[in-house]
Design a protein around this ligand. Structure first.
Ligand SMILES: [Ca+2]
Ligand SMILES: [Ca+2]
Length: 267
């Protein structure tokens, strides 16, 4: 999506990118052509997710001096998968780049890698769009990898893998991985085993539940249930129900591990 400021054109254009990286015009039929028929002179277009549903809406300004700002709500963006990623730079206050300006982000999902750089102001007129980076992920159900290269002297890199789609994620340049759960209990509910642990009330925190048939977790497979949250707000703590597990004849061992935007503690 772009605008043309030159000459008397001053119109908005929407383009669709094809897999071969070329673009084709998509303005007609998008609804945005109504902006151009006003002939008010499109002056600035800022993509921003004002309603916090995960897709980019548009704030449109005009050059004629009388037409008020327009806010165009995206009603189709969340029909596909998405990610909203915000960076938080670390470091001492006098040297910090909290917004991560200059960071390079690569998001890989569904066999496609998208690259973004966080920047301040797009040039002429220099309006500042929100710093959250929106990624459209098509029909992907999981993000294979997020890679951030920070603009610090060492160009340090962080990576996160296997992250569910459709979420607002904040990644920090310097992180301390969340601790272990407290108050972990296993109880029997019919044929199921129910794990319960304390909810520390920290936003952005989720839990991976692992299960093995031997005591040493080193030999276990991937998480039985990744990114478990508090789905049942009526019951204190966080619950995970392992359906049918109580009916088996073998011993089961569980491990619950906190995972946040810093990743997960090694086990
Ligand atoms: Ca939106
Ligand atoms: Ca929307």
């Amino acid at each position: 999506m772009t605008e043309s400021f030159y000459g008397t054109n001053q119109q908005i254009y929407l383009f669709k990118q094809d897999p071969d990286h070329t673009f084709r015009a998509a303005t007609v039929g998008s609804g945005l052509e109504a902006i151009n028929t006003m002939n008010a002179g499109v002056y600035d277009v800022i993509p921003l997710d004002f309603d916090r549903d995960g897709d980019e809406d548009l704030l449109v300004g005009f050059a004629d001096g009388v037409t008020p700002l327009q806010l165009w709500r995206n009603e189709v963006g969340t029909q596909k998968s998405w990610l909203s990623l915000t960076l938080a730079g670390g470091g001492p206050p006098e040297h910090a780049n909290r917004a991560g300006i200059g960071a390079r982000i690569e998001v890989t999902a569904g066999g496609v890698t998208q690259t973004r750089e966080v920047y301040a102001g797009p040039g002429q007129h220099a309006p500042q769009a929100p710093l959250a980076q929106q990624f459209g992920l098509g029909s992907a159900t999981v993000i294979d990898r997020i890679r951030v290269r920070w603009p610090n002297p060492a160009r340090s890199v962080i990576e996160r893998t296997n992250i569910p789609v459709n979420r607002f994620l904040r990644l920090r340049e310097v992180c301390t991985v969340a601790g272990d759960p407290t108050g972990l209990l296993v109880s029997r509910g019919g044929a199921d085993l129910v794990l319960t642990w304390d909810d520390p009330g920290v936003s952005g925190l989720a839990w991976n539940v692992y299960r093995g048939s031997v005591p040493d977790p080193a030999g276990w497979g991937p998480a039985l249930a990744p990114w478990v949250g508090d789905a049942d707000t009526a019951t204190p703590g966080i619950q995970y129900r392992d359906a049918g597990a109580a009916g088996g004849s073998t011993a089961l061992f569980y491990l619950v591990s906190a995972v946040d935007d810093c990743g997960e503690r090694a086990r």
